[in-house]
Design a protein around this ligand. Structure first.
Ligand code: UTP
Length: 304
């Protein structure tokens, strides 16, 4: 059983959002635009993720960007010309929408020169994060704000120290698409497991469990040294899962615990999930929802 270290761990105040991947599943849309800028209804995916960090109390956000970083930086910056134009028109509603994205959090940027993998992207955060524990939120993984996950993960880190990952149960035939965790239950927690080992995208039929990693992590800064020593793994990329495996089996930066998430999430880097997320969010919107739902019902009834 893990040590109880609640009074000795530093608070988590920084969030790192890797957004430097190539987004090949979304080509050609992602040829000149980061996939994290693709909108869900009228807000880019990355803004939902920054909002999630801010609402978990992490208002210092570091975006890891790659080529095409310009759109990301502009989105979280002031847009003086546009703001002046909307102000002159008296369009205060849209003006506040434009303001919102630049006032959510203090957003910093670090560049990942080559997309050498998620582990490498996280390593690019070292100078900013230094010796503090930090959260990692994948910019293309959307967690419904009604099902808070990150604040629970931060609380688990406060209790057990080490590092915390997010897990969800997926069907056996989809496990090869995810990192996979082998776990042991904890006596006094329903939604927290001790993680014993991890494997990145196991070959079909070989997954040692049905617990898949999803895109939220709370990491001990010792992970940086481990990442430095992590050789390229699956796909020739430096895999964060491989570094977490070293932490899970007793390395500095452990133990590793997993929070089991049963709420709503969307992988917006996957085209089908992106469409599902868009439809669901549109249906739930107060302004668009009633009309859109009526159209959707009719579409399903008459054209499917
Ligand atoms: P993905 O595994 O979805 O990779 O990355 P990808 O390259 O972005 O997308 P596909 O598979 O080619 O369509 C998960 C997250 O890690 C970031 C991505 O931006 C995404 O948010 N990432 C991945 C980096 O920041 N750098 C990398 O080198 C790889």
């Amino acid at each position: 059983m893990s040590a109880h270290v609640s009074n000795t761990v530093e608070p988590v105040v920084k969030a790192v959002i890797p957004a430097a991947g190539l987004g090949t599943r979304f080509l050609p849309a992602t040829k000149a635009t980061p996939k994290e800028m693709l909108p869900l209804v009228d807000k880019p995916a990355i803004q939902y993720v920054v909002e999630e960090a801010a609402s978990a109390g992490l208002s210092d956000v570091l975006l890891i960007t790659g080529r095409n970083k310009r759109a990301l930086e502009d989105h979280f910056d002031r847009a003086h010309e546009l703001e002046a134009l909307l102000a002159a028109k008296g369009d205060h509603q849209r003006l506040s929408l434009v303001h919102e994205s630049s006032s959510l959090a203090t957003v910093h940027y670090a560049r990942q020169g080559d997309p050498l993998g998620l582990g490498h992207a996280v390593l690019c955060a070292q100078a900013h994060v230094a010796d503090n524990p930090f959260a990692v939120l994948l910019g293309d993984d959307l967690i419904d704000p009604r099902d808070p996950l990150l604040s629970r993960m931060v609380a688990v880190r406060q209790r057990y120290g080490g590092s915390v990952i997010a897990l969800t149960e997926v069907p056996e035939d989809r496990m090869h698409l995810y990192g996979c965790a082998v776990t042991t239950p904890l006596a006094d927690e329903d939604d927290v497991l001790r993680v014993n080992s991890l494997v990145e995208k196991p070959a079909p039929g070989t997954a040692p469990s049905r617990y898949a990693l999803i895109g939220r992590y709370v990491l001990d800064p010792a992970v940086f040294e481990v990442l430095r020593a992590t050789p390229p793994g699956r796909g020739g990329e430096i895999q964060l899962t491989d570094a977490l495996q070293a932490l899970a089996v007793g390395g500095a930066g452990g133990p590793v615990h997993g929070v089991v998430f049963t709420g709503r999430r969307y992988d917006t880097g996957d085209r089908s999930d992106y469409l599902r997320a868009t439809v669901r969010l549109a249906c739930e919107r107060e302004d668009l929802g009633p009309d859109f739902r009526r159209w959707l019902r009719n579409f399903v009834a008459t054209e499917l």
